[in-house]
Design a protein around this ligand. Sequence first.
Ligand code: M6R
Length: 569
Amino acid sequence: MCGICGYIGKNNGVGKVVEGLKILEYRGYDSCGIAYIENNKLKLVKTIEGVDELYNLTCDKSSNFVIGHTRWATHGGVSEKNAHPHISSSKKLAMVHNGIIENYRELKDKLDANYYSETDSEVFLNLIDSKSGDLLTKVIDASKEVKGTFAIIILSEDGEIVLGKRESPLYLSNVGDELYIASDILALSGENFYTLKDDEFARIKNFEISFYNKNKEKIHKKQEKIKKNEAFLENFYKTHMENEIFETKNVLLKTLKEYENEAIFSKIKLPKNLKSISLIACGTAYHASLMGAEYFKEVGIDARAYLASEFRYGRELLNKNTLYIFVSQSGETADTIAAAKLVKSHKLNTLALTNTPNSLLNRICKNVLPTFAGREIAVASTKAYSCQVWSLYLFSLYLAGKKLPSERANSNFPFINFDEKFIKEIASYKKVFFIGRDLDYITAMEASLKLKEITYINCFAIASGELKHGTLALIDKDAVVIAICTQEKIKTKLLSNLEEIKARGGKVIVVSQFDDFKDFSCVKLSKFDELFMPIVSVIPMQFLALKICELFGYNPDKPRNLAKSVTVE
Ligand code: M6R
């Protein structure tokens, strides 16, 4: 989703900001741009052709004051005029904005300004410009009237900069006489950084930085150390997604090593009388949470997973004996953050299971249990999912007082390379279904999400036992059913389901470690402990999605309409 970068310093900041935007590309965006000061005038360069094109358009520019943005369209289509930065009606201020201004229509009606875009952001900018006082006063006064979320940088034509935030992250770092600003720590330079809390602001004037609260009082801020989250392999493979799938084995081992002496678990403050666990997340992290809930139940702890976007508006009875685990690769997902804030406001026990050390979710939750998947760049989550499942499994063992496994993840992983014929065959079907029972049903959901998000095939997952309650009506010669079976107890029942599909002309492919499915096409898995099999079986499903995506000629790292961090609700 949207990304912000800024530079103020004695050197040329244009290339530095474009480089920062390049780092933020992985979050997903559809247009980008920069604003800078040249001869005391604000200049804009914007494009819908991507950051590489922005580089071509700006490589001969130079400025000490630069702000940049990658936009993920919400209000107004993808166009240069809607791309950020925006310029105020008076042409004196430029702005980049992450977030959403919910009351922008009402504000727009009240303001007397010219508009050049359809965005909510431009309304916020003109509201700021309409206020009186110095730039800091204008920004703080305007922020009191907006409803919604924001991380903003305002650049005035005389080189003053004010930034502020509410619910959307914004960081600064100071390297010698250079200041860097970014919405993602990855795009910052230096070793240390400052973080803005909600409704805090910073002013940069004459290269000096000062911080303020919403009452315009000066506040003191301490720097924090940037924690690195290194990936393990150089990019040996064609795409980030492929590279990241191949990193799975390393990151599982790294996680096991980090958890080994249990110190990381013993720091977690559990409810005094732990009775249940609620796991709350979105997308792939929700699937990991479903799996986690099964692991906790396996060791006798009542558990349930919730979609974060539903949890907020549901009727859940919050309980002091429950541990609330928020699972998120990025630690920035707006729905998950909103749910965590809700639970926190009731002073209940929260734990962030994230892959991003300095994330917002980590700051909100009382406890943090890190996953060690390293940086995940591809939009489609792969190694981070496996790591989340693995971490939840290990945590369940710890809670049950059981020994953690030592070398389980050290054996051969089934990095199955489907042959071209098999990929082509599956890709030729109009309808793709994933089925499974129990843990395999959860893997089926994740397999289906992976396939749809990067191949755009209309597919869905269904519990095998539910097929006969309606969906069987869709099975004919145009349907392929991928059945996952890794649990001994469901083998026989699944065989009957498969016969029903075959009888209706549907193609069946079984993904299993068992030898019982000889009458069907099979993807053979290596054999591990059954509770570990969900990690083994998801890998060929991730590969399947990747290979079909490549066959169709799409870029798996940049799927349409998706962003790596979904920072809007
Ligand atoms: O960063 P998070 O784990 O909170 O992200 C949650 C989902 O947006 C994410 O898992 C999404 O479903 C992935 N693109 C799936 O591959």
